[in-house]
Design a protein around this ligand. Sequence first.
Ligand code: P5A
Ligand code: ZN
Length: 477
Amino acid sequence: MDDDLGALPPKEDFSGWYNELLWRAEIMDVRYPVKGLYVWYPFGFALRRNVYGELRALLDVDHAETLFPLLIPETELAKEGEHIKGFEDEVYWVTHGGLSPLEVKLALRPTSECAIYPMYHLWVRSHADLPLRVYQIVNTFRYETKHTRPLIRLREITSFKEAHTVHATWEDAEAQVHAALALYRQFYATLCVPVIVSKRPDWDKFPGADYTIAVDTIMPDGRTLQIGTVHHLGDHFSKTFAITYEDVDGEQQFAQQTCYGISERCIAALISMHGDEKGLVLPPAVAPVQVVIVPITIGKRKEEVLVAARVIEEELAAAGLRVKVDRRDLRPGAKYYYWEMRGVPLRLEVGPRDLDAGQVTAVTRLGDKSTVPRASLRFGVADLLARFTGTLTRRGEEHLLSHARVVDTMEELSVAIEKGVAIVPWCGERTCADFIEETVNASVLGTEVQAGFSCAGGSACISCGKPGTGALVGRSY
Ligand code: P5A
Ligand code: ZN
């Protein structure tokens, strides 16, 4: 057990903190002998199940879940010119079946457009089939050459949620882009993770898209992490894969498409945003254990305390909470430490004195201590958990605001970028973006920035002085 290892490295040393947290909280085991591939511990997997349960619930309202093959024939993957150009450096190839070379090489999907769209060619017939909204949660493979990191930059993305939609008109597809962004906002609100939404510059859009809108968050060290993207594909893929429908007048039309994806980076963001030097801090909505009960059994009323703990457990479980009594033969302090590392939002302590007073002692993962009357425990616990969620949301927003600055000179930008992101006026020209990027060693991430602060607009481009609008600049993972 990780009993007396003490605190984690300070969060200021983000990489050190993150790596040690992942194994001490039993999220990921990084010892698998292939670079960029990691193993989910059962506790991490329980967290993953809850997080993806929230995502599924949001999608299931008007999307259908499906499952496509992992292997894509080279002939299909190569069809859309921009798409293959964007991914060719990153594809893993299957070239043999046993000892025999394959006639057509097979790619491990880096994403599934070229697996799904040949089938959409068969599925989409008439305007009555539209809109079509399908998603799958699968593993995908990308031979990443940048520094790999668990949950953040993987060569096997184990939890790639990809949605693929088909529409009659470009405007319908655009409405879907906005619906997908609203869905992602709602998902991240459930995780209490604040986001910045912006439109990626043209040279940074998804290969084969008309445009890309990205969802970013700000990590503890001020660097951004792209935690979701929504792409308007226009008719690029429908022309390549002949996805056509018969319109109301009996004419054949090319369909308009979107796709959007989220990976386990959502879990990296969740962990990094809320955790502290004692370990994970998890929002109740996704915590594998929401309430842990620690019986204080010193003295001779041990049996009575254990019975009371069991009754409380049953009562809270019946109310739908994920609750656990820690009956292990350990000091209470060791148990506190153990569950704090695993991010349990609420700890209930039940001892002889609590029994006599008709109460339970409650301590949140952020250290707020109170007593809850035994008679109304269910409601007291629900209230504490709801407040806890509110506190995480507020702390997250404060983090975002304190790491974002609206500035309009290069000098201010170079100061702001050391702490986090900045919004600067930019004219939209690539040469100016290149100049900004070189000067402050950061990236122009996007435009039309939507976040919890107002952005610069209508002022002079900080590079050339021509009229500009607000662009998000930051250093990203
Ligand atoms: C959208 C879904 C796509 O692949 N096709 C289907 C589209 N978009 S994307 O931007 O390339 O990827 C979607 C999101 O996945 C995350 N991501 C990664 N996560 C971990 N490791 C990686 N190597 C990795 N690559 C991409 C990003 O959050 C991205 O926004
Ligand atoms: Zn300019």
